[in-house]
Design a protein around this ligand. Structure first.
Ligand code: ADP
Ligand code: ASP
Ligand code: MG
Length: 412
């Protein structure tokens, strides 16, 4: 029988009522003749609560134990979803990641999926089971420890299952009815897109649009998974939501197709480091070893052999970054006068494949922010995106102003 993957995010399984509603939707697909793999997230807010427990217990925690704790939310919803389906007379059972087994790397809290053997679940399908409910976000490392795939990782579990089982489609059910030109929660003029290209979705996701985890888009692109984002709260037709697809499938699009933001950024400046060959490696090596995800980097012009180095990273990694740099200074690997952490910044990005062929987007973006009195602290660009760091208090204003100036509320 054809296989369908249906993923339900945290808000879609936040209460027993919502789990029932999601299960009904699964039942509809089963009655159409699909074998369904349901991927569930933890109930809304659960993972944050678990992360909070870990941070309170151990600020520089052992990532293996972090994973043991934060993966547990999904176990609850997987079991409850299977029970709910059974109550509806749909033959179903739950799987935790290790039972599949969903094998990952050992990079705890940011593990990558290595393999999903299909035999276990396929044997059950062959015996008449119609729904395999799998706990999202979690897996098992080669040395037998529980791993997690990074925040929002259930999306990636879903796409990986769709690829492994050659599913007809991977439907991501969430609390918005598709991918918008920007987060509809902060810009009321945001417009739902019927289709978005993989490359654009990849950039939007990696720049903060959390509707899909970045890695899930990467996998969908690589394995050509038919990926759709839609609402679990509304009745859905067969063409509802947003299809994430190849560029060639989209007829017209704006030069800028979306604005993304990332609220929890920090700007770190190392004041007065020696300007010598190897200094960047000496700074960013220890940061990388400490698991700090450095994003933007600027090195200032040197004066009298010394320079300032600025980089950005997520705010929750500031403590880790400070410790890594302090240790490197104590060990004599680097020398700096001061380390200044500005934890009140946000990153705003304009994304669009149209930028490849049209110039002037950056100029327009900078002019718009200047007209709004928003100071730009750091800039980074690539072929299809421009990102700026600004004071967090201007984040929503900046997103709305850019959405307006690039006329994203209108179709191309
Ligand atoms: P889930 O719990 O279902 O995984 P998430 O909270 O992870 O849901 O992702 C959905 C949220 O993503 C929406 O509620 C919305 O606020 C946010 N979001 C950010 N950018 C966008 C965008 N461009 N389009 C749609 N939603 C977006
Ligand atoms: N529950 C996990 C999180 O909140 C995974 C997910 O929802 O995708 O990050
Ligand atoms: Mg999510």
């Amino acid at each position: 029988m054809p296989v369908l993957v249906m993923k339900f995010g945290g808000t879609s399984v936040a209460t027993l009522d919502r789990i029932r509603r999601a299960a009904k939707r699964v039942g509809v697909e089963v009655s159409k003749g699909y074998d369904v793999i349901v991927i569930v997230s933890a109930m809304a807010g659960k993972t944050n609560e678990l992360v909070g427990y870990v941070n309170e217990t151990s600020p520089l925690y052992d990532a293996r134990e972090y994973d043991a704790v934060v993966s547990s939310g999904e176990n609850v919803t997987a079991g409850l979803m299977a029970l709910t389906l059974q109550e509806m007379d749909v033959p179903a059972r739950s799987w935790q990641g290790w039972q599949v087994p969903l094998i990952t790397t050992s990079a705890h809290s940011a593990a990558r999926i290595e393999d999903i053997p299909t035999d276990n679940i396929n044997t059950k399908f062959a015996e008449g089971m119609r729904v395999a409910v799998v706990a999202g976000f979690q897996g098992i490392s080669p040395d037998g420890r529980i791993t997690t795939l990074g925040r929002g990782g259930s999306d990636t579990t879903a796409v990986a299952f769709a690829a492994a089982f050659e599913a007809e489609r991977c439907d991501i059910y969430t609390d918005v009815d598709g991918v918008y030109t920007t987060d509809p929660r902060i810009a009321s003029k945001a417009r739902k897109l019927d289709k978005i290209a993989f490359e654009e979705m990849l950039e939007l996701a990696s720049l903060g649009a959390k509707v899909l985890q970045t890695r899930s888009v990467e996998l969908a692109m690589r394995y050509n998974v038919k990926l759709r984002v839609l609402s679990s709260f509304e009745e859905q037709s067969d063409d509802a939501g947003t299809l994430v697809c190849a560029e060639e499938e989209i007829m017209e699009s704006n030069v800028v197709s979306g604005i993304a933001y990332s609220r929890d950024e920090a700007k770190m400046t190392l004041v007065s480091v020696a300007d010598r060959p190897g200094i960047a490696a000496a700074i960013f090596g220890p940061l990388s070893d400490a698991g700090v995800n450095v994003d933007m980097i600027i090195q200032n012009i040197a004066e009298e052999g010394r320079t300032d180095m600025t980089f950005s990273c997520p705010t929750d990694q500031v403590k880790r970054a400070e410790k890594a740099l302090l240790d490197a200074r104590t060990n004599g690997e680097i020398n700096y006068h001061d380390l200044i952490a500005d934890t009140d910044v946000a990153k705003i990005s304009a994304v669009g494949i149209g930028m490849r062929s049209q110039s002037g987007v950056a100029a327009k973006m900078f002019k718009t922010l200047s007209d709004e009195g928003v100071n730009i602290k750091v800039i980074a660009t690539s072929e299809i995106k421009i990102s700026v760091l600004v004071d967090r208090k201007y984040m929503e204003l900046a997103v709305q102003a850019l959405h307006d100036v690039f006329e994203l509320d209108k179709t191309a």
